[in-house]
Write a new protein. Structure first.
Length: 997
């Protein structure tokens, strides 16, 4: 293993301190047995400077038994002009033999390899820094010189054919500096020509975005530009790493270009690899066929190498370094006939190597050499931490024969036994991917069998593990096949879909022990070919009556309708709080038709999705349906051919509100049999919401009176001037639902307003609504208190009828003579005035009722128009006036309605006119009448006295006299020795009173 150390100390010679070095590391188990390669370059400050020349910046091998190239791009020539020296950092490369020693007879080693002219300045090749990159082919050595021509850069090539030696260089001027052409160089054939070589060189600062130049040989030693591939992002350093590899095995080499400083901030991307697929030698596409990204700040693409076919699948593989991702990582990508695969097959982490002090792992890469001769190329990885890591490839084995067979393939559950129902046989065989027929290592596969992986619970279980999963091991090449028994689970419902038994296998990873001497063979530690599918499966079908194709073609059909409690079809639901039952009738059939065979419908289910307003109450047949988030009804497993089922589902209607316009139920038939026309069916039931409100009146019939004098409208100032007061109180019960903007409850009054001749009848003074507060009602038309009379002061009590009789004529002046009852009426009589008759005219008063959850009181205060009754109804003892009140709903929504509530109210108005008083009698007539009366009374008393009217009768004096005595009744005692008579059981009390004669 060759490793460059360009910052290493110099071999002590007393003149130089740091020159760099190249180390040779033999393939042993030791980690520190590398030896320094002797270049034999002596320090001569007057002619050349080797201090800090970075020997080992480029190390290349010509292949097995070939030569070695070592470069120091900071090697400096010293020119003298008089006493002044001028230094030219032209760089230098050394060629050594396979034994790493200088052979003076080998023209490859003795040739000066000085392609830059040190006698020129930096505008030419005086600062070319030859050897920044370089390499070998079987007859060519090539170099990169990015400092030539003011750091425009150049690429050089020395080719030997037989005895001829030809030097080539890129002589076209790009007319600008700082391109760094030659920063990286690769040479190969089958790039732009089947046999001729093409020089591919990177220029990472070309137009600040980087580029890759493809150069071809021309006569006269020129390298001509054939194509330039440009980068896409400023500062990405596109072209700082390049590699050639035939990725798709089409015979043409493809191009991989690294851009380690590419970034996308939003995507957390750092570094990129551009993959350009060769277009059959004509050219490369301007845009990459594949663009791979690395993590942020990883410098993914800092190094790129073609590492050969490490898995021996016939396609070249690629390694990409990301030295700043953690301690560094190396991504290994496989390729295929379509080119490089987009995902890495393996990622090697520097942290997992366990090397102390390791950092920037993946800074450099070298592959395509099988160092342990196991037919698989290995990979050498460098770093900036004085560590190199050799990654050896393990043998890759292919699983050739992986069978999984289940017997029987058609399962009849009736034939299952207690020990076996299904038998599974699995077999394996392998070979080495490199094609070594002598590779017969003992390999143990770990496999996992799983029955019904996609179903829970599974329908089969293994007899040995008592579960649906079985883990086992398979040893090759000794073992050929294994057999396992499976049992059928209880209560299997799904007998239509097959049971899938899947198998996946893997090769447990074993790490080899580190030997004391030499390298341990990796043949006993193979890996599986990851390009192969590492799983297999087989199917077990249930025996079923589904025709010769074993495919059930069902024909489930359904009819459904909403019904009332009486079983009548419904198109609209008249909802109220009283009626809350709703029925759903469903008829399901499975009969043959022209299109469908109507075979058994396995796992036939009916799923109902109903709104929250419908609560499942009962189902007939009982136990058919279960309610969770949805209602699931099991129709049968299977639902046989020509079978029919009728379902009757009862719902409680609980959540219907005023906002509910309709109720929708979605019905979905499903079956595991084949039927592709099972679309969901939606039933829609319109809802008419009937509000439940109440209207009552505290006192249907009031008592009032009329009398006094007639007063005109102009003389009235207060409502007391109108007549006796009336007060009606209506109570409106809440509807139970918030109407909000959906409608308004209105209390309408058919009010007896006038008599037929236009005179006032009952004067409405004020209407007040009491709910959550109090406020007046003002119907349109100015019908309440139209005369704007002063209302009674709140808290004042109206005068009592008795007091009013004495105060009908207030004032101090003489009252007009009252109308006498005797002169006005002949006998008692009554008349009735009501709305809708020819005797009274009524007006319609409306008051909106607030939307509150409490009872609302509506108070109507009115006055009897006293003058009308005195003038028009003085001949009647009683006038009965009546009207009515109606509570109704006013809404524009047709689905909300309410039954109107009507109450009657009336008032009996009695006449209160005073009776006729007798004429006054003179006083002397009174005195004469009293005296005459007293004289007549005295004469009568005298006459009676003369007739002994006042004497007692004498019969009492002559009547005989007797004196009565109370004697106690005789008490009887029982004879001696006798007992007291027993008390009869029907006697509830026993009491003896004293009796007297």
């Amino acid at each position: 293993l060759l490793a460059g150390a360009p910052r290493d100390l110099a071999v002590p010679d007393g003149y130089t301190n740091r020159t760099g070095a190249v180390y040779l590391c033999p393939l042993t188990a030791h980690k520190n047995d590398c030896e320094r390669m002797d270049i034999s370059e002596k320090s001569d400050p007057d002619h050349h400077i080797i201090e800090d020349m970075w020997l080992g910046v480029t190390v290349a091998s010509q292949g097995p038994a070939g030569r070695v190239l070592v470069c120091a791009h900071r090697y400096t020539q010293v020119l003298w002009s008089g006493s002044e020296d001028q230094r030219r950092m032209v760089g230098k490369c050394y060629v050594r033999g396979n034994d790493l020693e200088l052979d003076p007879t080998d023209d490859w080693q003795t040739y000066h390899n000085e392609m830059c002219n040190s006698n020129t300045d930096y505008l030419a090749t005086g600062m070319c820094q030859l050897g920044t990159s370089g390499g070998f082919t079987h007859n060519t050595v090539y170099f990169g010189a990015p400092g030539a021509y003011n750091w425009q850069g150049n690429s050089y090539m020395i080719q030997r054919k037989d005895w001829d030696l030809s030097e080539y260089s890129y002589k076209d001027s790009e007319k600008q500096g700082n391109l760094y052409i030659g920063y990286t160089v690769q040479v190969g054939s089958a790039v732009l020509h089947p046999t001729n070589i093409t020089i591919v060189t990177g220029a990472p600062r070309h137009r600040h975005m980087g580029a890759v130049f493809l150069l071809s040989q021309e006569a006269g030693g020129d390298l001509r530009k054939r194509q330039v591939l440009e980068g896409t992002q400023v500062g990405a350093y596109f072209g700082s790493a390049i590699a050639l590899a035939d990725l798709n095995n089409d015979g043409w080499q493809d191009l991989l270009v690294g851009a380690p400083y590419y970034f996308e901030r939003k995507e957390e991307v750092g570094g990129a690899l551009y993959v350009f697929m060769n277009q059959a030698g004509t050219s490369f596409p301007a845009h990459p066929s594949l663009l791979l990204h690395g993590p942020s700040r990883s410098a993914f693409g800092f190094s790129v190498a073609s590492i050969g076919d490490i898995n021996q699948d016939g396609f070249q593989d690629v390694a990409v370094g990301a030295p700043f991702e953690g301690l560094g990582k190396v991504y290994v990508y496989h390729s295929s006939s379509r080119g490089l695969l987009g995902r890495p097959q393996q990622v090697i982490h520097g942290e997992e190597l366990g090397l102390p002090g390791l950092a920037t792992f993946g800074y450099s890469l070298s592959g395509q050499m099988d160092v342990d001769e196991n037919s698989y190329p290995d990979l050498l990885v460098g770093s900036l931490s004085d560590r190199i890591v050799l990654l050896r490839a393990r043998p890759v084995i292919n699983i050739l024969y992986k069978t999984l067979v289940a017997r029987p393939s058609v399962l009849d559950p009736a034939l299952c036994t207690a020990t076996s129902c299904v038998q599974v046989e699995l077999c394996f065989a392998y070979n080495q991917s490199a094609g070594n027929p002598n590779y017969r290592r003992n390999i143990t596969l770990a496999y996992t069998l799983e029955a019904d992986r996609d179903r829970r619970p599974p329908r089969l279980r293994f007899a040995r593990s008592q579960s649906a999963v079985f883990h086992g091991f398979f040893s090759m090449p000794d073992m050929r096949c294994q057999k396992l028994e499976l049992l059928l689970m209880d209560n299997v419902r799904d007998k239509l879909r097959p049971i899938i038994i899947s198998m996946n296998y893997s090769l447990p990873l074993r790490m080899p022990e580190r030997p004391r001497l030499g390298l341990r063979s990796l043949d006993p530690y193979p890996v599986l070919n990851q390009a192969q599918v590492l799983e297999n499966h087989t199917e077990v079908h249930f025996q079923k009556e589904c025709g010769q194709d074993n495919k059930c073609d069902s024909n489930l059909q359904m009819r459904a309708a909403f019904l009332s409690e009486l079983g009548q079809p419904l198109s609209r639901l008249q909802y109220s709080r009283d009626g809350r039952k709703l029925l759903l009738s469903i008829d399901v059939t499975n009969t043959p038709s022209r299109e469908r065979a109507g075979e058994d419908a396995h796992e036939a289910l009916l799923t109902l999705t109903v709104p929250p307003a419908l609560l499942l109450s009962s189902v007939r047949p009982a136990g058919t349906c279960q309610a969770n988030e949805t209602i699931v009804c099991e129709l049968g497993n299977p639902f046989k051919r020509n079978q029919r089922m009728e379902l009757l589902i009862a719902f409680e209607v609980t959540g219907v509100t005023l906002h509910t316009r309709e109720l929708q139920a979605q019905l979905q038939l499903s079956t595991s049999s084949h039927q592709d026309n099972l679309w969901p069916v939606t039933l829609t039931l319109l809802v008419d919401y009937t509000l439940q409100a109440s209207l009552s009146i505290v006192n249907h019939r009031l008592q009032s009176f009329f009398g006094g004098t007639v007063m005109g409208e102009s003389g009235m100032k207060t409502v007391e001037d109108v007549g006796s007061p009336l007060k009606y109180e209506f109570q409106v019960g809440p509807v139970g639902e918030g109407l909000a903007a959906l409608g308004t409850l209105v209390l309408g009054l058919e009010w007896p307003y006038e008599v037929i001749n236009g005179k006032w009848l009952l004067y409405p003074a004020e209407i007040t609504i009491h709910g959550n507060g109090s406020w007046p009602c003002r119907p349109p038309g100015d019908l309440v208190n139209p005369l704007n009379l002063t209302l009674s002061v709140p808290g004042d009590r109206p005068p009592s009828p008795q007091r009013r009789r004495r105060q009908l004529d207030p004032g101090g002046g003489p009252a007009p003579p009252p109308v006498t009852l005797a002169a006005a009426k002949k006998a008692k009589s009554e008349t009735k005035l009501k709305c809708g008759s020819d005797q009274a005219r009524c007006v319609w008063l409306e008051c909106p009722i607030p939307d509150t959850p409490v009872i609302t009181n509506v108070t109507v205060q009115a006055r009897v128009w006293n003058s009308t009754f005195i003038e028009d109804y003085r001949d009647f003892d009683r006038v009965s006036v009546s009207g009515w009140a109606t509570l109704f709903l006013r809404t524009s929504i047709p689905t909300i309605n309410m039954e109107n509530k009507t109450v009657w109210f009336s008032v009996d108005i009695d006449s209160d006119l005073v009776e006729e008083l007798p004429a006054e009698i003179e006083l002397w007539l009174v005195l004469v009448a009293v005296s005459a009366g007293l004289l007549l009374l005295g004469l009568i008393i005298l006459l009676l006295w003369k007739c002994d009217f006042f004497k007692r009768t004498r019969y009492y004096q002559i009547m005989p006299k007797y004196h009565a005595v109370r004697i106690r009744e005789e008490e009887r005692y029982p004879p001696p020795g006798s007992t007291v008579p027993p008390k009869k059981h029907w006697v509830t009390s026993w009491q003896t009173r004293d009796r007297y004669y």
